[in-house]
Design a binder for this molecule. Structure first.
Ligand code: HEC
Ligand code: HEC
Length: 402
């Protein structure tokens, strides 16, 4: 799992005795899921979203355990995490938890309907939507005051899904939201790519319609939070070029980026259409009126080109190949800038340096954050040394200069 701090490997949760959860008692298992504590007492990294699971009912945790215990045990130790200092210090997680984890069960709000409460439990706890969609505060916990106002999942932007009509999904209909959660595809609005495609493929598509409706009920009630967008992400649709040969307009709309236009025509137009209109049967999505291209940030466009889309054939959706191995950073940059300017939000662009970092798994912001954290710790250690020195001097351990 890529995190802003480095790569964390998820653990083996098959019933294997030595490398899995075979020796966990019921209580130990509940503690791991809700409090993020390993059987040996060490703290787990919050890459496992126990800050969301903290309010899961004991009954549900034990039901999950019962299911896992029927799986085939697989002996497989996990690779070591790739985390730079100071994030490789597990003890520091205790401090993080004090600030950010509130264990205490799920208390239904009696003034709301049963569907709202069910939706709240599914969105906030089991579905841990906030793990990706809620921005992080200064201690990197979920910012409870800006619930679902847009966060990150690795490099991917997990968009604002509050009720704001511009920055969020306030102008989607209930039916569109239902369809997105159930299938990941809503022509004219959005398609689930990256980690959201996995969420739909591995989880949401299996929920009952009633549960999805309950989530829609709850999401409709999440207070609106405004953001950077000036119009809804899905609302960008630059007028189509009349014919494929009308290169003057193509160039104008692609901001003079002829390398991008050439790449688009040879690699993308076959599926997405010369004018980005998608295929007539809707199986290849339209690139106009598409929330990824209309977003205020370029990450998801770049990541879609690099990594493709694995839609898992949910409701007949097709997947898109990854182009990361075939295109160099400057080609990805031309292409991303061309499709964004032509079909989406023309104010957004990337540089080849941004693309290189995204390919490597970090953004400039994350690199700056890491350096800042290291500087902070180095500063803290320096401060402690000076403090210890002064203290020692006071007690006469270090000779005083007269
Ligand atoms: C692992 C991270 C992750 C989790 C968990 C997650 N999402 Fe997402 N979600 C994303 C990302 C990333 C996108 C952008 C997808 C794209 O670029 O195609 C997204 C997109 C969306 C969108 C479309 C917004 C738009 O304007 O295009 C909706 C709606 C949404 N998610 C709802 C949810 C709900 C509800 C849950 C909880 C059940 C959830 N997500 C859980 C990462 C996540
Ligand atoms: C073989 C057909 C095919 C080709 C070629 C192709 N795509 Fe796609 N593209 C798809 C499909 C299928 C999807 C996802 C549909 C879904 O999510 O249901 C998609 C999705 C997308 C999305 C939206 C992702 C999201 O999360 O909303 C973008 C942007 C995109 N493609 C851009 C491109 C670009 C740029 C190229 C050229 C490098 C390209 N595509 C080439 C089939 C294709």
């Amino acid at each position: 799992m890529p995190t802003p701090f480095g790569d964390v490997y998820s653990t083996n949760i098959t019933p294997d005795l030595d490398t899995g959860i075979g020796r966990y008692s019921a209580d130990e298992f509940v503690r791991a899921v809700r409090e993020g504590v390993r059987r040996d007492g060490a703290d787990l990294y919050p890459a496992m979203p126990f800050d969301s699971f903290a309010r899961m009912t004991r009954e549900d945790v034990l039901a999950i355990r019962a299911y896992l215990l029927t799986q085939v045990p697989i002996a497989q130790p996990r690779p070591s995490n790739i985390l730079p200092f100071p994030f490789n210090q597990r003890w520091a997680l205790g401090l993080w938890k004090l600030a950010n984890v509130h264990v205490g069960g799920f208390a239904p709000d009696r003034s709301r309907t049963e569907a709202w409460n069910r939706g709240s439990y599914l969105v906030e706890v089991l579905g841990h939507c906030g793990a990706c969609h809620t921005p992080r505060n200064t201690t990197f916990g979920m910012d409870e005051d800006r619930k679902l106002a847009g966060g990150t999942a690795g490099i991917w932007q997990a968009f604002n899904i509050t009720n704001d009509k511009i920055a969020g999904i306030g102008s989607w209909s209930d039916e569109e939201l239902f369809r997105f959660l159930k299938t990941g595809a809503v022509p004219g609005k959005a398609y689930a790519g990256g980690p959201m495609a996995e969420t739909v493929m591995n989880s949401l598509q299996h929920l009952s319609d009633d549960d999805i409706r309950a989530m829609v009920t709850y999401l409709r009630d999440v207070p609106a939070q405004s953001g950077e967008e000036k119009r809804p992400r899905f609302a960008w649709s630059n007028p189509p070029v009349a014919t494929a040969n009308d290169s003057s307009r193509t160039t104008a709309q692609g901001s003079g980026n002829s390398a991008g236009a050439d790449l688009y025509r040879s690699l993308c137009a076959g599926c997405h259409g010369v004018n980005g209109e998608g295929s007539a049967d809707g199986s290849y999505p339209s690139l106009t009126r598409n929330s990824v291209l209309g977003a205020a940030a370029p990450e998801n466009v770049v990541m879609t080109i690099l990594a493709g889309v694995r839609a898992g054939d949910v409701a007949g959706r097709k997947s898109m190949a990854a182009f990361g191995d075939w295109l160099d950073d400057s080609q990805v940059t031309s292409l991303a800038n061309y499709v964004t300017a032509r079909f989406g939000n023309p104010e957004v662009s990337v540089t080849a340096a941004d693309v290189r970092q995204m390919r490597a798994g970090s953004t400039t912001e994350q690199t700056v954050m890491l350096l800042a954290a290291q500087a902070l710790v180095a500063g803290g250690v320096g401060f402690l040394l000076i403090f210890a020195f002064l203290l020692a001097r006071r007690h006469g351990a270090v000779p005083r200069q007269m």
